[in-house]
Design a protein around this ligand. Structure first.
Ligand SMILES: C[S@@+](CC[C@H](N)C(=O)[O-])C[C@H]1O[C@@H](n2cnc3c(N)ncnc32)[C@H](O)[C@@H]1O
Length: 472
């Protein structure tokens, strides 16, 4: 098994025009002073970490953060997720009692004692008073899920012209992505392929800096048209092709010598990229994955040999942990979401009673205006939609109250489950990185932007050893 260093520059920092870095300089900690060196975990992690760090001490985190290689970190996360599966796999919304509750009565009563204000604390200070084993576990999750910063985005250096059609959080994403990959790409520019390019903002920004030609692959013909127009306007050597990357024939666009980049390519789209890049032996890959739940085949959720051998077998429900983060507790959106959940939970208890079935029944979507009905009318409309016969004389008011009570319980149990959100995401990112390691690439994994700019802020940068020399 080939293993690549995690968060440590594999000696590829070279003098280059973009950053003006020098190899061999020694930083204050006695480590090579390069941008690729791991940053302390507190500077950002996947998942809930920015909040979590507030409740934990910096020194305790950095102690745990000896740089691990990708394969070892993947195995350690597998072990952690397996050992604690009962804490994160069962859905509190579905199970009336979490399987661990009987064995951890102290955790249940501590959760019950949390006020609504504590629950809503975005800094998760509730963790400070949690049973010590839970705080330790949270700290371990944080340490194993932490990704170093790949680069500090030098926004100014990217040039106002290339970025001028890009707005808001996208600018921050683009700046971080480019800062992380430009040193390698600019050293020996080869054609840049923007995979699922949209209008090609990423590819355009990169080739403005490297001078390389751009090939943009995108399904939507309108985005292809606009992207081509923008590049032509700037006088760039760019081809935009209308292509379905899920069609295996699309791999024919890839060649040795190219860099393939993708910003937020969803599940199957980034799996196709990895397969094609490996098969066609491209020079480098820079991928910020997203939407892991958009993978058609269940066995496709783990892509690497090591990941498959781990048999973690993540289900669609497991992946929802990443993609369904709780809404921050403020404003009318939050209140509406709470009402919907309480009513759904109330209805669920009602249907269990009426049908005599102890199990949760998946509920269909319903028209939003139903939330403006009273609870009784909501239940009757919902029951009709769901083919459930409700006794006409049934007093429905108590079920609303039960729904709110159950929501309070679910929110508390979700706190425990949510602690594992960064671990599940880190596992998926490292699995993708490991696939490239197994294919012989030198791989780095890290953050390219803050979570406030995008919750999917992990970037995998992989390059064939020997770069262009090997291909010519
Ligand atoms: C989340 S967007 C990312 C766009 C761009 N990379 C960015 O960050 O601005 C995903 C893009 O993938 C494109 N896409 C979806 N399915 C595709 C397919 N099968 N083949 C090629 N492109 C596809 C969409 O049209 C969309 O532009």
């Amino acid at each position: 098994m080939r293993l690549a260093k995690f968060g440590v520059c594999a000696g590829r920092c070279k003098p280059n025009a973009v950053q003006g870095l020098r190899s061999g300089a020694v930083g204050s900690a006695g480590l090579p002073s390069c941008r690729h060196r791991a940053q302390p975990a507190t500077q950002g992690i996947l998942g809930a970490a920015p909040q979590l760090t507030a409740a934990l001490t910096v020194s305790s985190l950095t102690q745990d953060l000896a740089p691990l290689d990708i394969g070892h970190r993947l195995l350690a996360l597998t072990q952690l997720l397996r050992d604690h599966a009962e804490l994160w796999r069962p859905l509190p919304f579905v199970e009336l009692q979490a399987p661990w509750q009987l064995r951890h009565p102290e955790l249940t009563s501590w959760l019950d004692g949390l006020s609504d204000g504590q629950l809503a604390d975005p800094n998760q200070r509730w963790l400070e008073q949690s049973p010590p084993w839970l705080a330790d576990l949270a700290q371990r999750i944080l340490a194993l899920s932490a990704l170093p910063w790949l680069a500090r985005p030098p926004l100014g250096a990217l040039g106002a012209v290339a970025m001028r059609r890009i707005r808001g959080r996208k600018v921050e994403q683009m700046a971080g992505f480019c800062a992380a990959v430009l040193p390698q790409m600019a050293a020996e520019p080869g054609e840049t392929v923007d995979w699922c390019s949209g209008k090609g903002h990423l590819g355009r920004t990169l080739v403005r800096q490297t001078g390389a030609p751009l090939l943009a692959l995108e399904l939507d013909p309108e985005l292809v048209r606009v992207g081509q127009q923008q590049c032509d306007h700037l006088g760039l050597r760019a081809r935009f092709a209308c292509a379905d990357v899920l069609d295996p024939a699309t791999a024919q666009w890839l060649h040795p010598g190219q860099w393939v980049v993708a910003l937020h390519a969803c599940g199957d789209l980034h799996a196709a990229l990895l397969r094609a890049a490996i098969e066609r032996q491209v020079r480098g890959v820079a991928l910020a994955p997203c939407c892991y739940n958009r993978i058609a085949a269940a066995e496709g959720r783990a892509l690497s040999l090591l990941g498959r051998a781990a048999h973690l077998d993540l289900t669609a429900t497991d992946l929802d942990l990443i993609h369904r983060e709780p809404v921050v507790a403020n404003g009318t959106d939050w209140q509406r979401a709470q009402q919907e959940q309480a009513w759904r939970l109330g209805f669920d208890l009602l249907q269990r009673q009426v049908t005599g079935s102890p199990t949760y029944r998946t509920m269909p979507n319903f028209p939003r205006p139903w939330l403006r009905l009273g609870f009784g009318d909501f239940c009757r409309s919902f029951a009709a939609l769901d083919d459930l016969q409700l006794p006409p004389s049934l007093d429905l008011a108590p079920w609303e109250q039960l729904g709110w009570q159950r929501l309070a319980q679910v929110r508390r149990l979700e706190l425990v489950r949510g602690l594992f959100r960064p671990a599940v995401e880190a596992w998926l990112v490292l699995d993708r990185a490991q696939l490239l390691v197994e294919a012989g690439f030198q791989v780095q994994v890290g953050q390219f932007c803050a979570r406030t700019a995008s919750p999917r802020n992990a970037l995998i940068v992989a390059e064939r050893p020997g770069g262009r020399d090997r291909q010519s």
